[in-house]
Write a protein that binds this ligand. Structure first.
Ligand code: 4AD
Ligand code: MG
Length: 504
């Protein structure tokens, strides 16, 4: 029997196998938080009902020991999940050694080194469930729209997204690269199937240690024959709204566990604004307002109020610290004040981070040079003005990939689109219309110094029945990070690979 089904067994006896996620002992009662993979439940072991011998065994259980419990399911609203198990029998499956992960706060490297165990923590468990639902809803969305899923190769002989961040490997007796994107193969398949999507691992050797970059990540790349970039943007919007709504509907308890406020997510399903690159630049530089709000001025105001808040919270923290130290203070009162103190310390941490970041954001936003790519902080400055994801289209062709369609009305522009998520998350989707003109494509391949021989098959797609087509790439981990509101993409994937990390 699984914990997730216990709501059907209230008042009845069940048997369940799982691990001790936590334990609290009293004189006559032991409280075990049991996890079985499907959920968590508090189990009460009562000395009177279970007998001294077994009670002592329960009392000695270590974290992550595996046990089998028999007991009656009780509805209890105070418990997370709403149920409790009153234990009548227990069998030990295995006793765990001293478990390295405890309730205390661990450092980033420690947790990363123990990822194989960290995955068991309630928060990580919930994030992986949300990731799973997101994956499921992506397949649902595309299958529902009649797309055919295809798998692109992982070993490739060419670069799709620029040559600077390729992972090189040996393929029999020649060099090969791990794919950066399945797009080029997706284009070929779209000419066979009309509408396709890939869902697979992609690799980038970028030496960036940011909260958005992984060296191995999963990308969803749809490609549609006879689509222009407007239709492409319609599809992106429909897809993101669908995924967000699915998670809102099916991941309520997981969002509660990770304390994700879902109000901003609900707001994010409204119509997405579409702005050109030129407009985006003007907004970032503070030359153009959005709904009466100026990006730079609002940041300056926020900085000012953050500094004021920091000062007053610092005072409060000092006061509380003194009160706690007062002689004769009762334990209850001290705990109460300690709780307030912890909350204040968390609040101030966030404010201090803002106070550190905002001046840099303002600096780089004011000095943004037209023609350049948007950096992480520029994306933040822009997206803070919106509740929904923002689509930025019509990019300078010079900073975009070789395959991107030039705008015949303005040859300086390429018909690309980046989708930037709100709440500071930035780019989650990159895509656009593809160049169909073979001569222009050949010129671009030369300009980008790519080996023409490796692209002959790709040029065939322009030789035989070339049609307008478009597509995009959705970064799964970036999407999960935004939907779960995580600090870093490394928590979005079971075993993350980022610059330098190959363990576990
Ligand atoms: O913008 P990118 O580089 O676009 C492409 O690869 C196109 N071939 C896609 C297409 O049109 N079919 O990457 C697409 C998305 C980004 O928007 C981002 O969400 C994610 O992939 N991404 C990364 N995610 C995590 N770590 C990285 N290092 C990423 N690089 C890109
Ligand atoms: Mg991109």
């Amino acid at each position: 029997m699984q914990i997730k089904d216990f709501f059907q067994y209230v008042g009845k006896e069940v048997t369940v196998k799982g691990w001790v996620a936590n334990k609290r002992s009293g004189k006559t009662l032991v409280f075990i938080i049991l996890r079985d993979g499907s959920g968590f439940i508090q189990c009460v072991v009562n000395k009177e009902t279970i007998g001294e011998l077994m009670f002592n065994e329960a009392d000695r259980l270590t974290m992550e020991s595996a046990i089998e419990l028999k007991g009656i399911v009780i509805a209890d609203e105070r418990q997370s999940g709403g149920f409790e198990l009153q234990v009548s029998d227990m069998k030990i499956i295995s006793i765990a050694e001293d478990y390295p992960i405890s309730k205390k706060v661990h450092g980033v490297d420690f947790l990363a080194d123990n990822r194989h165990l960290w995955l068991r923590s309630k928060r990580q468990w919930a994030i992986m469930r949300i990731r799973n639902r997101i994956i499921f809803s992506i397949h649902n969305f595309f299958q529902g729209e009649g797309f055919v899923q295809m798998d692109a190769p992982i070993f490739t002989g060419n670069a799709c997204e620029g040559t600077s961040d390729l992972f090189e490997t040996i393929y029999f007796d020649r060099p090969a690269y791990l794919t950066q994107s399945g797009q080029l193969y997706g284009e070929a398949m779209a000419m066979a199937q009309g509408r396709i999507y890939t869902f697979g691992p992609t690799f980038r050797a970028e030496k960036s240690r940011t909260r958005r970059h992984l060296s191995e990540f999963w990308m969803i790349e749809p490609e549609m024959a006879f689509f222009d970039n407007d239709q492409n943007m319609d599809l992106i919007e429909r897809m993101i709204v669908f995924i967000v709504n699915e998670t809102l509907e099916h991941c309520k308890s997981e969002f509660e566990i990770i304390e994700r406020d879902t109000a901003p997510l609900k707001k994010a399903t409204a119509k997405f604004p579409r702005i050109t690159y030129d407009e985006a630049v003007a907004i970032i530089r503070g030359e153009r307002d959005v709904n009466g709000v100026n990006a730079i001025a609002s940041l300056e105001k926020e900085l000012e109020s953050a500094l004021e808040d920091i000062e007053s919270i610092r005072k409060e923290i000092k006061d509380k610290e003194n009160e706690i130290k007062m002689p004769g203070i009762k334990k209850g009162a001290r705990n109460f004040k300690q709780n307030i103190l912890d909350t204040l310390k968390n609040e101030i941490k966030e404010l201090e981070e803002n106070a550190r970041n905002i001046p840099q954001w303002i600096e780089s936003a004011k000095n943004f040079k037209h023609g350049g790519d948007l950096g992480g902080s520029d994306e933040t400055v822009l997206t803070r003005l919106f509740d929904t994801p923002v689509m930025v289209y019509n990019w300078p062709h010079r900073i975009k990939a070789f395959y991107m369609k030039r705008d015949s009305a303005n040859p300086e522009l390429a018909k690309g689109v980046d989708v930037l998520a709100p709440e500071g998350y930035g780019e989650i989707v990159g895509g656009g219309e593809r160049e169909t003109d073979k001569e222009l494509l050949v010129k671009k391949i030369e300009e980008h110094k790519l080996p023409m021989k490796e692209f002959e098959w790709y040029l065939d797609l322009r030789r035989y029945g070339a049609v307008p087509h478009a597509g995009f790439g959705l970064g799964l981990e970036r999407l999960v990070a935004w939907i779960c509101k995580l600090q870093h993409v490394r928590e979005t994937i079971p075993f993350p690979r980022w610059y330098g990390r190959l363990f576990p």
